[in-house]
Design a protein around this ligand. Sequence first.
Ligand code: UD1
Length: 451
Amino acid sequence: MTSAGRPRPTAHETGDAGVNGVGTERRSLLVRGGRRLVGEVILAGAKNSALKLMAASLLADEPSTIRRVPRIADVFTMIEMLRALGAEVTFDDGELRIDPSGQLNDCAPYELVRRMRASIIVMGPMVARLGRATIAMPGGCNIGPRRIDFHIRGLQKLGAAIEIEHGFIKVTCDGLRGAVVPLDYPSVGATENLLMAATAARGTTVIENAAREPEIVDLAKFLMSMGAHIEGAGSSSIAIEGGHALHGAIHEVIADRIEAGTYLLAGVVTGGDVSVSGLNPPCLELFLNKLRAMGVQVDEGDRTIRARALGPLQPVDVSTLPHPGFATDLQAQFMVALSLAEGTSIVTENVFENRFAVVDELNRLGAGITTSGHHAVVSGPRQLTGSVVEAPDLRGGAALAIAGLVAEGATEVRGLHHIDRGYEVFDVRLAALGADVERIEGRYAAGSAGR
Ligand code: UD1
C-alpha cells in the first residue's frame, strides 16, 4: 500500500472537517459486518514517533530527512506547524524533508495546537534552538484534561522561566543548564520534550522515571544520529550530555505498534487470519500475551505477527499502564474483542481519564459494558448489531469500526476525521483484508446503517 503519486493531502488527511467534526465536511465509514478478514498489512510508520521526529528536526540548522512517515492528518498538521515556525518542508512518497535553517518564529499558533495536542512537542526544540517559545495551551484528543505540568516543571529545572497567560505558555531562558529531572509519572510527551531541550543544556541532564515507550527510543536514535549524546533511552533513567551542536540526519520511523494491534484485533473479531509486518514483535508483547490468553493463536516471526482466532474467545482482565504495560491506545479496540468473549472481563484504565468515552456507543451496537470510575466490566458473549454511532476520539473510532466488522447489518461510524488523524488509508487497508467498508465524504449516510 503506497501513497505515491498524491502530491497534495486530501481533505481527510488534513482533518479539514474541523476539530469537532462540525466543519462543512462530514465523513463517515460505512461498515457492513460479517466478512472474515484475511491477509497481511504492511504497517505504516508510527504516528507517535513521526510527530516527535518532525519536531526534533528543528534542533539542527540543517535539513533532515525522515522516511516512512504516515500520510495521516496529524502529520499534515505538524507539517503546517513546522512551516508556521519557519521551516521549509516537502513531503513526497512517505519521505519528509525538513529544512529549519532559516529564521525561526518563536510562536506556535493557537489554531494548530488546538487541532492537535501533540503540537506541544515543539516546545522543547524551540526553547533549545531559540531560547524562547510561546505556545498555545493544547487541545487535541477528547480523552481527559491531558495536563502539561511535568513538561513545565522539567523545563523550569533546566533553568527556563515560564509564564502562563491568556491561554499561552511563554518560555524564556538565558541558556539551559543540565539538571536531574524526576518525573512524577513516566509521561511520554514530557520525557520527549525534556530529552530534546536537554540536548542544548550545558552539562548533563538525567530524566528519572522516564517513559520507556519504543517511540522514545526512536527519538533518541534520531537525536544521536544528529550528534546528541544520550544514554539509557528505553530505560527509566535517561542521561543527556548537552551542548553538542546538532546537524541534519536521515532516519526511518519505526512501525506503528498501535496500528498493528488494531488490525490484528480486526482480524480476531471476525474469526479471521491477519498478519502485520514491519514491526518488532516484543514491543507488543503484553498485548500479544493477552490475545493468547483469549485463545487466539499468535505466531511471531521476524518482524511479522500473525493472529488467528481458532475457537471461541475467552474473557481476560486488562490494565493499561505505561510501556511495557498494556497500551492505553489499544484499550478501546480490545474491549470489542472482549465483548465477544464467553464470560466477563474487567478493563482498568490507568493512563487517561475519560478513555471510556466510546463505551456508550459500543453498547448501542449491543455490547454489554458498564463502567465505574476507571474500571469497565465487559460482559460477553454479545451479538453486535449495526447502527449509527459517533467516534468520540481516535482509538474509540477505530474500536467502533472493528465492532462494525462483526455486527449484523451495517454500521455507520461518524466522525471519521478522528480515525483519519492516526490511521493511514484505514478504509483501504480494511477492504484489502476483505472487509466491506465504504468511506462516505461530504455527508453522513443517514438511514443507510442498520440495513
Ligand atoms: C502519548 C501518546 C498517546 C498515548 C500516551 C500514553 C503521542 C502523540 N501521544 O500521549 O497516544 O496514549 O502517550 O501512552 O505520542 N500527564 C500529566 N502531566 C503532564 C503530562 C501528562 O498529568 O505534564 C498525565 C496525562 O494527563 C495522562 C498521563 O499523564 O493522564 C499520560 O500522559 P502522557 O504519557 O504524557 O501522554 P501523551 O504524551 O500526551
